[in-house]
Design a protein around this ligand. Structure first.
Ligand code: ZN
Length: 256
C-alpha cells in the first residue's frame, strides 16, 4: 500500500478501531489436556482429551461463523504446557479465554456441570456460559465456582473453565459419546460467550443449595490460602478422602 508514512500507523489504528466497532472479538479456545496427557483418572474408558478437542473444534466453527476471531491453544492431539496456553491467551488483549474440560471422579455417581472462574472480571462470562450449558443438559447443575486453576490465574484476560459433565458417570459418559450432544454443548458455550439469555434456568443441585450465593454461584474456598493454614484450608478434592465414612455407607458397591 502506498500510504504516506506518517499516515500509515494512523491507518492501522483506524482498522483496529473499525474492527472493535464492528464487534469483532477474539476468543481463545483451550481444549484441555492432549498428547500423553489424556485427562481424567487412570484407567478411565472415555478419553477426556479427545472429547475436549472435539467440543473445542465445534465451538471454533460456530464462533467463526458468527464473525469471531478464534485462536486455538491446540487444534490436534498434542500436549501443550499450561504456561504456553496462558502465554497464547495473553497475546490477545481484549480477548476472552474459554477452557473446555470434562470431569471425572472415582465415584461413578458423581455427575453434573460446573463452571470455574478466578478473577472478578471473569464471573459474568462464567455465569453466562454456565446458565446456557446447564439449560440444555439433562445433567445436574453443580454451580459456578471460584477456583485458582493455573489457566484461570495466569491468564490476563477474562477466563473461564467449563467442566461439561463427568465421563466417569454412565449417563454423562454416554452423552459425551454423542456427537449431537457435543454439538449442543458447543452451541450453548457460544451462546454464553454471546451473553444470550439461557433457554431456562435449572436450580442448583439441592445438596449445593446451602452453599449457594444465589445465581448459581457456589462458595468454594480458594485453592491456595496464602499464609493461613487451618484445618478448613484443605483442598476441596483431597478433603473427600479424609472425611469419607466408608464403613457407614454400606450401599451396594457396583463392580461394573
Ligand atoms: Zn480436564
Amino acid at each position: 500500500m502506498n500510504f504516506p508514512r506518517p499516515l500509515f500507523p494512523a491507518f492501522l489504528g483506524l482498522v483496529a478501531f473499525a474492527g472493535a466497532a464492528f464487534g469483532q472479538r477474539t476468543i481463545v479456545v483451550d481444549a484441555g489436556h492432549g498428547g500423553y496427557d489424556r485427562g481424567g483418572v487412570p484407567g478411565q474408558r472415555i478419553s477426556e482429551k479427545d472429547k475436549c478437542l472435539d467440543v473445542a473444534q465445534r465451538l471454533k466453527r460456530i464462533l467463526q461463523a458468527q464473525g469471531y476471531r478464534v485462536v486455538m491453544t491446540r487444534d490436534s492431539d498434542v500436549f501443550i504446557p499450561l504456561g504456553t496456553r496462558c502465554a497464547i491467551a495473553n497475546n490477545y488483549r481484549g480477548a476472552s479465554f474459554v477452557s473446555i474440560h470434562f470431569n471425572c471422579a472415582s465415584r461413578v455417581g458423581a455427575n453434573g456441570i460446573e463452571t470455574y472462574y478466578y478473577r472478578g472480571d471473569s464471573a459474568g462470562l462464567a455465569a453466562s456460559i454456565h446458565r446456557n450449558v446447564v439449560s440444555i443438559s439433562p445433567s445436574e447443575n453443580r454451580g459456578i465456582r471460584r477456583r485458582g486453576f493455573y489457566v484461570l490465574r495466569k491468564t490476563a484476560i477474562p477466563s473461564v473453565l467449563v467442566e461439561c459433565g463427568f465421563l466417569t458417570n454412565p449417563t454423562e459418559g454416554r452423552l459425551a459419546l454423542s456427537a449431537d450432544y457435543r454439538q449442543k454443548l458447543a452451541e450453548q458455550i457460544a451462546r454464553g460467550i454471546n451473553r444470550q439469555p439461557a433457554a431456562s434456568s435449572k436450580p442448583l443441585t439441592s445438596s449445593l443449595k446451602s452453599l449457594s450465593l444465589g445465581d448459581d454461584f457456589v462458595k468454594v474456598p480458594p485453592e491456595r490460602t496464602s499464609g493461613r493454614r487451618s484445618s478448613k484450608a484443605r483442598s476441596h478434592k483431597s478433603s473427600k478422602s479424609t472425611k469419607s465414612k466408608k464403613k457407614k455407607s454400606s450401599k451396594k458397591s457396583s463392580e461394573d
